[in-house]
Design a protein around this ligand. Structure first.
Ligand code: SAH
Ligand code: MG
Length: 192
């Protein structure tokens, strides 16, 4: 794991932050999560950590970047997790799944978060949760007006749209946590 963390740092791969991944691991253990869908594999750091918690955990993870996909495959094999982690090489928005999951973890292109959420909510078990990462976006989220880059500003707006979408959503109740780079947990509203 240290090796993967060092590699991610060198190659600027945005893997989960330490307290963020620990928060996710605690959630998985506490709620006995067994079936996970992850959007955004990168080098499979988070997937391997989650799979290492219990041999009965099964993860489907989606990655569209070929270079990352190849790193991920190699790492999954090196850690001997091929039986637990199924990696799909495609854009998540092109992938249709029938399986139902206890946990859907969204950790990919921020501009697409609403689309990922809307697309994959049908794959959530009725007592499952959707967890999203990077909602604070390195602390920039509360400071959009001061951002110089136009692209970054547009991205931050999308991210804030996603947060509002979650806040106003009647189908799901969402809690926000200032942990790692900002994490949310959305549960199906059982009264809705
Ligand atoms: N979950 C990983 C980090 C993921 S980084 C960890 O914590 O270890 C985000 C990844 O999402 C990048 O590798 C990027 O290529 C991928 N990604 C972004 N948009 C995507 C999409 N639409 N479909 C699939 N993968 C996507
Ligand atoms: Mg992330």
């Amino acid at each position: 794991m240290d090796r993967l963390e060092a590699f991610a740092k060198e190659e600027n791969v945005p893997i989960m932050q330490k307290d963020g991944i620990e928060f996710l691991e605690d959630y998985i253990k506490k709620h006995n999560v067994k079936n996970i869908l992850e959007i955004g594999t990168a080098i499979a750091y988070s997937a391997i950590r989650m799979a290492s918690l219990d041999k009965n955990i099964k993860i489907t993870t989606i990655e569209r970047n070929e270079k990352m996909y190849n790193y991920a495959l190699k790492n999954i094999n090196q850690f001997g997790k091929q039986n637990q982690i199924n990696i799909i090489f495609n854009d998540a928005l092109e992938v249709d799944l029938d399986d139902k999951f206890d946990l859907i973890f969204i950790d990919a292109a921020k501009a697409q978060y609403i689309n990922f959420f809307e697309k994959f909510k049908k794959n959530l078990k009725s007592d499952g949760v959707i967890i999203s990462d990077n909602l604070d976006f390195h602390g920039l989220a509360d400071n959009v007006e001061n951002i110089e880059s136009k692209n970054l500003r547009a991205l931050m707006k999308k991210l804030n749209n996603y947060k509002n979408f979650l806040k106003e959503n009647k189908e799901f109740n969402t809690e926000f946590y200032s942990i790692g780079d900002g994490i949310s947990i959305s549960k199906i509203n059982q009264n809705g």
